[in-house]
Design a protein around this ligand. Structure first.
Ligand code: 8YV
Length: 316
């Protein structure tokens, strides 16, 4: 039914996406007048108004991933273009990784592994580490993923507080109206917030130092949320204890100062990167396009496009 609809892929489509699209659509590798849908799979292209001018018949942008700070959804919605993303299917995976990264950072798991492999256990036991016991975790961004992390932290008997745009009355955790207040109250800052202009560098020197010398920062949201140079300085000057980072400001480039630090844990943005979850995300990228061009509306439009997606969805 969709054989004639032209879809253009931006970035490198995972095999499941490439095959799923090829089975349903006419997939083209570059901008053409015929393109009515984009499948955005990573890459560094900013999908904004000037970019979509290359595609005059564009109706929908289906993006791989829950975060869409590389897409100007407001501008696209104004032009009548619906943006979709892949929420929910990666929530548990990213939350698992966040908990693992927190434990790895606090108990120094990568460093301990390196110690054993270097034969040092034969000489003496690994030095005692800091602990998760008695810590209070401040979650920055209590959305779907933040809440899934909170549930896991509860199972670890940890106290939880949070900061976000607004308090969530249905949530039992203590809300802090300011990020600084959250950092002053906690000794772990779990960054889950999405990227974009609104959150850029909100974790700054003052916030980092408020965590105190035992402070730990974990980031599974977006690298841009933390002022990376301020983080390097806080770690170097021992204003905080350690950091576990899955995301960075200028991926895949990671500051040499961080790489040289033995007391941090650094991951190459692997929060959702299991075969299972990446397949589920890829399937949702394809399903959104199939649903849209099959006249059934978008399955998972981003909030900025929900009204538009509903108004365009077929009635009944
Ligand atoms: C992916 C992510 O690494 O969903 C997101 O927002 O950051 C990750 O799940 C990314 O989308 C891959 O391009």
């Amino acid at each position: 039914m969709n054989k004639k609809v032209s879809i253009c892929t931006v970035g490198t489509a995972p095999p499941l996406v490439a095959q799923g699209l090829a089975a349903q659509f006419d997939v083209v590798g570059e901008a053409s007048l015929e393109v009515r849908g984009l499948a955005v799979c990573g890459g560094h292209t900013r999908i904004d108004a000037p970019f979509v001018e290359l595609f005059p018949r564009l109706e929908i942008v289906s993006s791989f991933g829950v975060g869409y700070d590389h897409i100007d959804a407001v501008s696209l919605a104004k032009r009548g273009i619906v943006v979709t993303h892949t929420p929910d299917v990666l929530t548990g995976e990213v939350a698992d990784l966040a908990l693992g990264l927190l434990i790895a950072t606090v108990r120094q798991l990568p460093q301990v592994d390196r110690y054993l492999r270097a034969g040092k256990w034969l000489e003496r036991p690994y030095p005692l580490t800091t602990t998760l016991r008695g810590r209070k975790v401040g979650i920055l961004g209590l959305g779907r993923i933040g809440k899934a992390i909170a549930r896991r932290l509860e199972a670890c008997d940890l106290e939880i507080e949070y900061h976000g745009r607004k308090p969530q009355p249905e949530v039992a955790y203590r809300y802090h109206p300011t990020l600084l207040g959250l950092a002053q109250s906690c000794d772990v800052l779990m960054v889950v917030a999405s990227g974009g202009a609104e959150t850029r560098h909100i974790v700054n020197q003052e916030v980092l130092e408020a965590l105190g010398p035992d402070g730990i920062v974990i980031n599974v949201g977006r690298g841009t949320v933390i002022d990376e140079q301020a983080l390097v300085a806080a770690l170097r000057d021992k204003k905080i204890l350690s950091a576990g980072l899955d995301v960075f400001e200028d991926e895949p480039r990671v500051p040499a100062e961080l790489i040289a630090m033995e007391h941090v844990v650094l991951l190459p943005h692997v929060g959702s990167a299991s075969v299972h979850t990446r397949n589920a995300m890829g399937q949702l990228v394809v399903d959104n396009l199939v649903s849209w061009f099959g006249g059934k509306g978008a399955m998972t439009p981003v909030p900025e496009c929900q009204a538009l997606a509903a108004s365009k969805a077929p009635k009944g």
